[in-house]
Design a protein around this ligand. Structure first.
Ligand SMILES: [Zn+2]
Length: 150
């Protein structure tokens, strides 16, 4: 269904159809700044090496606050996924079917994300994925994933 048909059918405004955007904190801002530059980065504890994702104020393993930002290879594997065919918020209707997934990224974190540029019927747990950057606004670019082309 096209977005204009959805608006007409349900009497929605442009405001009703705006996709939600991230709400950065001061400790997650570097993640969003990097995404805008098409880099996937993680906050890594320099004391114990743990990577927290989403980025957190302090290390959730050792509670230290010394950290560095590391750039990810952008490679991952599909851990689990769901294909949404209906019942998602209005702004996502034009994207149906819409894939929500858990992706195990090479450096260790498990990300909740979307799988883009795929045939949902061909997804399989364990398949190789790569990061892809989707610009939503001038301010926000979202790291998401797609199958690695072979
Ligand atoms: Zn730590």
């Amino acid at each position: 269904m096209k977005i204009e048909e959805i608006k007409e059918l349900l009497g929605l405004t442009d405001e009703d159809l705006k996709k939600p955007l991230p709400k950065p904190t001061k400790w997650s801002q570097p993640y969003w700044d990097a995404a805008k530059q098409h880099k996937l980065v993680f906050k890594k504890c320099t004391k114990c090496g743990h990577i927290d994702h989403p980025p957190y104020l302090y290390c959730t393993e050792c509670h230290d606050d010394e950290h560095e930002w590391i750039e990810s290879s952008g490679k991952g594997t599909l851990n689990a996924y769901a294909v949404n065919h209906f019942s998602v918020p209005f702004p996502f209707w034009p994207d149906l079917p819409y894939v929500t997934a858990m992706v195990d990224v090479e450096e260790g974190p498990r990300m909740i994300t979307n799988i883009l540029e795929c045939d949902p019927d061909k997804l399989e747990n364990g398949m190789e994925l790569e990061v892809v950057f989707q610009k939503r606004t001038e301010e926000f670019t979202l790291p998401q994933f797609r199958p690695v082309k072979k």
